[in-house]
Design a protein around this ligand. Structure first.
Ligand code: FES
Length: 237
């Protein structure tokens, strides 16, 4: 496939037709901020979190790097004051979607890393009310709904990568929440126990029970003895 050149923060990188700006940057070894996107094969960009917004020459508005196509000669900047400020704001708004108690329960996660990276104040806009009951019905994975920022990454992974389609975002507005099948507990739903959702969740809302007990999904990236008897994803918990 013929590649072409794009420029990000003054650096020329090769991109392929069909790649997003984020995918091209990631493939070239650049680490652009993002949250609801993943390079995982089969995962279609959601574009819900807006933490990947960048400036693109010729575009008046900031564009999400995960959904903006890399095209010949494209010139993008990730480090302008406007892009930096808006990504920080987007992160602060996402942080408000977690209850204060849930934020304290999950001190280590990709989302917390993003908070640090963007310099966001996670308490700036207060926090959503907590008290939604956890779902611990599955033998290996637990849902802490108060830690969910409703990015939709679990649903996309379940539907697009694993082709299970068990997870939905049900409800509207403030009541939007992760649901399994028609509202069944996770443990009695048609969940195939693949572990995709727990591996993708950026906050620890959906995580292996052992990791939730340990304070978050950060250690998913560390190798160790496998304790989960169900997961075939290979997250090496
Ligand atoms: Fe692009 Fe979430 S990573 S909108």
């Amino acid at each position: 496939m013929t590649s072409f050149s794009i420029t990000i923060d003054g650096r020329a990188i090769a991109a392929r037709p069909g790649q997003s700006l984020l995918a091209a940057a990631t493939a070239a070894g650049l680490d652009l901020p993002h949250l609801c996107a993943t390079p995982r094969e089969g995962f279609a960009p959601i574009g819900s979190c807006r933490t990947c917004l960048v400036e693109v020459e010729g575009e008046a508005d900031l564009v999400p790097a995960c959904r903006h196509a890399a095209t010949t000669g494209l010139v993008a900047r990730t480090d302008t004051p406007r892009a930096t400020r808006v990504r920080r704001l987007a992160t602060e708004l996402l942080a408000a979607d977690m209850s204060a108690e849930a934020a304290a329960r999950h001190p280590a996660s990709p989302f917390r890393d993003l908070v640090t990276r963007t310099g966001a104040d996670p308490d700036r806009f207060g926090h959503r009310a907590g008290g939604h009951p956890a779902d611990a019905s599955h033998p290996a994975i637990a849902l802490d709904p108060d830690a969910c920022i409703r990015c939709g990454k679990c649903r996309a992974g379940c539907r697009d990568v694993q082709v299970n389609g068990v997870i939905a975002l049900a409800g509207r507005g403030e009541g939007l929440h992760v649901a399994f099948d028609d509202g069944s507990p996770m443990g009695t739903s048609h969940c195939a126990s693949c572990g995709e959702c727990a591996q993708l969740c950026p906050t620890g809302a959906l995580a292996p029970k052992a990791l939730q007990a340990a304070g978050g999904p950060a250690s998913v990236t560390a190798s160790g003895e496998t304790v989960c008897p169900f997961c075939s994803v290979g997250c090496r918990v």
